[in-house]
Design a protein around this ligand. Structure first.
Ligand SMILES: Cc1ncc(COP(=O)(O)O)c(C=O)c1O
Length: 369
């Protein structure tokens, strides 16, 4: 199998550690190990005593128990821990899809959500989110996309890159549809728990039944990307066992210190959520002002959840704009072309503490143009 370069990750590889202001990050502000350990009495000492042998392949029981608290009906045997959400996406597609299968993918999307399926040889159809509908998905369109060999539907809500959050009624209907059609719903929920209004939080797909696989990670809402701890939650034994079996060929098991730290994080996750949401909400006020004062240059569909939005540049070419901005002002935006999106959008990150300074630089750049 050959996979094309992961455009978004290559773009970040070029700029992430050499650019002063990252104004397009998808993760929320991270923290030090010391700050994380300070959330819990005795955690620092326990970390020192963490055993550095191989760990349980499915993830330690104590971590899986903590992860279960994100869900209504999950038990530790339904959780399979991975090295980031990235590994789980890779293994799901390899474990469950074959060349004869067709999958439908919420689009635009984080590239691996379709690319690995294409690499396996599957047919892939986009289920397109449109800006004119506030990036909402249309369930009637989905019905028209299903083929006799459709195996899975892949969605991501809260959504990277638009910040779209599906309505409860649509999510209920989607789950019912997938169950009726006997398909698999791979539900990328890595931005879950970052809803600006907690009342709009969707149930996790895995709690609807065996048809669904929920994907989670410590990187985004909880601001702990460096742990590289992700997981799937599913009652579907076939999916679980096939992925667990394939994991023996990738990472075998997870990093012991990361598992310990992820457990501390999950036990204290409300504090991490509050911290991330405080940053995002503060940043949203700044960004709303920016777009209000440049309404002739950008469109802005305000996100409902998550740490990013997907505005459109109304004048000029978005790749040229982003390239010039990073070179002249040291501010990184992510052109939508990294998502194969050709309508001049760009990704704007909302989760970092230095957003006000980054936007200040952007304002100066725009005023000098
Ligand atoms: C929608 C989505 N899924 C999965 C991932 C992968 O997460 P991680 O890099 O923590 O493995 C990302 C990362 O940006 C993402 O945005």
């Amino acid at each position: 199998m050959t996979l094309p370069p992961f455009k978004l990750e290559r773009y970040f590889a070029k700029y992430e550690f050499s650019t002063e202001f990252l104004l397009c990050s998808s993760d929320c502000e991270a923290m030090s190990i010391a700050d994380l350990l300070a959330l819990e009495d005795g955690a620092a000492e326990k970390l020192q005593n963490t055993w550095l042998g191989y760990t349980e392949s499915q993830g330690s029981l104590s971590l899986r128990k903590e992860i279960c608290n994100l869900y209504k009906s999950m038990l530790p045997e339904h959780i399979l821990v991975h090295t980031g959400a990235g590994e789980a996406i890779y293994l799901f597609m390899h474990a469950m899809l074959t060349v004869d299968d067709h999958v439908i993918v919420h689009t635009p999307h984080y590239q691996s959500l379709s690319e690995v399926a294409k690499g396996v040889g599957c047919q892939v159809s986009p289920w397109i989110a449109r800006e004119e509908n506030d990036w909402a998905l249309d369930l009637n369109e989905l019905r028209g996309l299903v083929r006799p060999n459709t195996k899975a539907i892949i969605i991501n809500t809260p959504h990277n890159p638009t910040g779209y959050l599906m309505s409860r009624a649509d999510f209920d209907e989607l789950n019912q549809f997938v169950q009726e059609k006997n398909l698999i719903l791979f539900s990328d929920e890595v931005y879950r728990e970052s809803e600006y209004d907690p009342a709009t939080r969707l149930p996790a797909a895995c709690d609807y039944g065996e048809h669904a696989v929920s994907l989670g990670v410590t990187s985004k809402t909880y601001g702990l990307a460096g742990l590289r701890i992700g997981w799937i939650a599913t009652k579907n034994k076939k999916v679980y066992e096939s992925m667990a079996s394939l994991k023996d060929y990738t990472t075998i098991c997870n990093s012991a210190p990361s598992e310990f730290l992820a457990e501390v994080a999950m036990r204290n996750r409300q504090k991490l959520i509050d911290r991330s949401l405080a940053i995002i909400k503060h940043n949203l006020i700044i960004v709303d002002k920016l777009f209000a004062s440049h309404a002739s240059l950008f469109t802005w569909v305000r996100p409902k959840a998550g740490s990013m939005g997907f505005p459109k540049l109304l004048k000029g070419d978005v790749e040229v704009f982003c390239d010039d901005l990073v070179r002249k002002a040291g501010v990184l935006l992510l052109p939508g072309t990294m998502y194969d999106e050709s309508k001049n959008h760009f990704r704007l990150g909302l989760g970092r503490k230095n957003l006000a300074q980054a936007v200040g630089r952007l304002e100066v750049y725009l005023s000098e143009k």
